[in-house]
Design a protein around this ligand. Structure first.
Ligand code: SF4
Ligand code: SF4
Length: 244
């Protein structure tokens, strides 16, 4: 069977189940090229009880996009020849509750864009039917909508769409690659959230942004709200936009 990509509407059903019973269990976690979004990093480092800089040092590598200059964070592989995920175990994923969005989404892929007319996110799902994956032999037949709900993807998609907005803004407002200082600021705000928290609450570095007090209050109490604030800060400080 050759690999296939099949567009799905929300109500379309597909056969799929991944469990320890499938003969290929864990195989896809052993051939890893896994990039992490800011929300993935936040969920993983909180799940592991680590500071964000410790998590980044221990479990990730950074690439720089050659044309954009944007830092891209990827999970480390075991070694140059062993490409397995640092979190895979014989029993499966050891960080299952905090697994990244792309692990949750598979075997679907999500294509999202913001409508220029309404500002609303438009999304489309595609089934990635890969020949090596035996999960497609299952009797379980969820719809795409059910899959998104069952995998807890809605909150991931909502947060990841904020990053998509930033990348679009960068393309329009700052087409040249980020310089070293901009890269460092982007990395802190997007991925090293504990460092961003110190800058905001101990050094008062958000004063110029003058965020609404309710945003700051929410960011003190909730990490997802802090990440929303940091992504807004990226839009303003690096790409000249601030939305209230
Ligand atoms: S995070 Fe979990 S599900 Fe994702 S590749 Fe690693 S072991 Fe597999
Ligand atoms: S290849 Fe498919 S069925 Fe096998 S472990 Fe990966 S997702 Fe599950």
């Amino acid at each position: 069977m050759a690999n296939e990509m099949i567009p799905l509407s929300e109500g379309d059903r597909f056969a799929f189940c991944c469990s320890p019973e499938v003969p290929c269990f864990n195989e896809c976690c052993k051939d890893l090229n896994q990039f992490l979004t800011p929300y993935d990093v936040l969920c993983l480092k909180n799940h592991l009880g680590l500071r964000s800089d410790v998590f980044l040092d221990r479990y990730t590598r950074q690439h720089i996009g050659p044309e954009t200059g944007l830092p891209v964070v990827v999970l480390t592989q075991e070694s140059a020849t062993d490409l397995k995920c640092p979190f895979v175990t014989p029993k499966g994923c050891s960080v299952y509750e905090a697994r990244p969005a792309s692990c949750r989404t598979y075997p679907l892929a999500r294509l999202a864009s913001r409508s220029p007319d309404t500002g609303r996110i438009q999304e489309q799902y595609v089934l990635l039917k890969e020949a090596h994956c035996r999960g497609f032999e299952a009797e379980n037949r969820p719809t795409a909508r059910e899959w998104v709900q069952d995998q807890g993807l809605e909150r991931y998609n909502e947060m990841n769409d904020l990053l998509m907005e930033i990348i679009g803004l960068k393309r329009r407002r700052h087409p040249e690659p980020l310089d070293m200082k901009e890269r460092r600021l982007f990395r802190i705000a997007c991925y090293d959230l504990d460092a961003f928290r110190r800058q905001v609450f101990e050094k008062g570095e958000l004063q110029e942004m003058n965020p609404p007090p309710e945003w700051v209050k929410a960011a003190r109490e909730d990490d997802a709200a802090l990440l929303r604030l940091s992504l807004e800060w990226v839009k303003r400080a690096l790409f000249g936009e601030f939305q209230q």
